[in-house]
Design a protein around this ligand. Structure first.
Ligand code: NAP
Length: 518
């Protein structure tokens, strides 16, 4: 029997009472550890987080909490090698892909530690200036933001066990709100180990950070009106969460990050071989293969002017053919595994469904696996599809295949391209490529209502830009419509989710006494 990972709830480490669910190496196929949450006293555990953890966090200033985040980042930094080993074993990722998750998570935590420093001794945040309510300036309204007196429950997806935790936990803890994280079962090990290291290091107050590994059964039932829930995962599970009594009847605030059919768009005017054209080909190939395409922000649809369709297919294909796929322990491998056999089956099924309506421009099935047994390993090569009629390829605009798969689509003119991008019905990110600053700016603004982020890649930022799919803590992450309607990160904006806004209407003297450091 492999080790059963412990849950941290109610201020102590405890084992579930069931046999547990096995976590499996997606390349070698063997069992690594088990997780189980059966028999946990959820009401007591949630109450402990809310009452003990929440009170301790709120007793600190923003500055003290930011120092706490910095200490947590230091603990994680010292244990990076162990996290890379877990990621290789449990996620089947090559080093560079593990870094996106592990170092991306630690960087985000560190960024919030720095942002919080600026808030120093404050205990609440002022929201705007006081506003006169009538002719007499004596009586005014001042909006304040105070930490919610509940807990934050995170239900996370399998693809970012580290970053998915810290990108949410950093703003929550900085806000003074305790966290309970339920990682996706398939890759829960890394989340559990990181929480374990931070909790055992004693850098957070008791009850500030808890982890429940295993089934999500009963978690939402525990939520009370001042709690918040943040979910990342499929649209189907998101719908279940939205319709739960905690949200519908108890007004628990909910943030949803769901699936997204993200776009890359090369604007008219840049010929094959031009810098903008090459930047598109490079970014598409990179986005398709980083983390084997298991990124909510990955490029799924690629739009190019009609006349450049063949050239773009060739340029992207030429990069994909060089992608070596297989065991991430082999130095020559550039792309590791999908997370499980179930995901492999889902990706194969999704590719087959899209292939019924598209041409296969680069066939991932042709990639031989390096150092990996195809009967066991969850590895698959990158596949570029193409549809000459972007208008009638309905499935392409509506299907997220969560793997190394994208579809090339030609457009007639800019208006046509922008309309096609919108058929994603709200996405996390679109990237634009071109060399005409005015055309790029106009397209960015046009797509802004439909996207959480528009990433513009022009030749002048060829080496400076941060990548279509990389979520930077300074920028908003989330998207309207089918992307879930959520908002995360965006620097200090992220704190809003964990605060309650209240208008204090009072005399000038009383408002003056609302010292933020009181
Ligand atoms: P999923 O099945 O919805 O699972 C996500 C999380 O929800 C897991 O922790 C899962 O736990 C939990 N869960 C499952 N059923 C639940 C229920 N009835 N009530 C409460 N929680 C429940 O999603 P997935 O297939 O693992 O993740 C892939 C999807 O996530 C993709 O569609 C991708 O686009 C999306 N995603 C979005 C973002 C973003 O930021 N927008 C980021 C990453 C992924 P178990 O693992 O224990 O089942």
């Amino acid at each position: 029997m492999t080790e059963l990972l412990l849950n941290h709830l109610g201020g102590r480490w405890q084992a579930g009472t069931g046999a547990g669910t096995a976590l499996v190496d997606p390349v070698l196929g063997h069992e690594l550890v088990r997780v189980d949450a059966t028999g946990l006293d959820l009401p007591a555990g949630f109450a402990h987080a809310r009452e003990v953890g929440g009170a301790a966090l709120r007793a600190l200033t923003y500055g003290q909490r930011s120092a706490m985040l910095a200490a947590a980042a230091k603990v994680l930094q010292a244990r990076r090698d162990a996290y890379y080993d877990i990621a290789t074993a449990n996620s089947g990722t090559v080093k560079g892909d593990s870094a996106v998750d592990i170092d991306g998570g630690i960087y985000t935590l560190g960024t919030y530690a720095k942002l919080g420093e600026g808030l120093g001794e404050r205990r609440y945040l002022a929201d705007g200036e006081a506003a006169r309510l009538g002719k007499d300036a004596l009586f005014q309204s001042q909006h304040v933001l105070v930490p919610t007196r509940g807990l934050a429950l995170f239900i996370n997806a399998f693809n970012f066990p580290s970053w998915g935790l810290w990108e949410k936990a950093a703003p929550a803890l900085l806000s003074g709100v305790p966290v309970i994280v339920k990682p996706a079962t398939a890759t829960a090990w890394l989340t559990q180990q990181m929480v374990r290291d931070v909790v055992d290091a004693g850098v957070l107050p008791p009850g500030a950070l808890s982890v429940i590994c295993g089934s999500s059964a009963g978690l939402l039932d525990q939520l009370q009106p001042f709690d918040v829930v943040s979910f990342t995962g499929s649209a189907d599970t998101a719908a279940l969460i939205r319709s739960h009594a905690a949200v519908v009847q108890r007004s628990v605030r909910v943030n949803i990050e769901a699936d997204s059919i993200n776009s890359a768009l090369l604007l008219p005017g840049d010929a094959p071989g031009s810098e903008a054209f090459e930047l598109l080909a490079k970014e598409v190939a990179r986005e398709m293969t980083v983390k084997s395409g298991q990124k909510c922000t990955a490029i799924r649809r690629v739009f190019v002017p009609e006349a450049l369709y063949e050239a773009a297919a060739e340029a992207i294909g030429a990069r994909l053919v060089r992608t070596t796929v297989g065991n991430p322990r082999n130095e020559s491998v550039r792309m590791g595994a999908l997370v499980s056999r179930a995901q492999l089956a889902a990706v194969r099924e999704g590719v087959a469904a899209l292939q019924a309506h598209t041409d296969t421009l680069h066939d991932g099935a042709r990639h031989a696996l390096i150092d990996a047994d195809p009967a066991v390993a969850c590895c698959i090569g990158p596949t570029l599809l193409g549809a000459r009629n972007a208008d009638t390829a309905a499935l392409v605009h509506d299907t997220e295949v969560f793997g190394p798969v994208a579809t090339l689509l030609p457009y007639r003119d800019t208006a046509h391209a922008l309309a096609l991008v919108r058929r994603g019905q709200g996405s996390l990110v679109a990237s634009l490529y071109g060399s005409d600053a005015h055309a790029l700016a106009a397209a960015a603004l046009d797509l802004a209502d439909n996207h959480g982020r528009v990433h513009v890649i022009s030749p002048d930022v060829a080496t400076a830009h941060t990548g279509h799919g990389n979520v930077m803590p300074q920028s908003l992450h989330g998207g309207p419509g089918r992307a879930g309607g959520g908002e995360e990160l965006g620097g200090m904006r992220a704190l809003g989710f964990y605060h309650r806004r209240c208008a204090v209407q009072a005399s000038t003297a009383v408002l003056g006494a609302l010292a933020p450091t009181a």
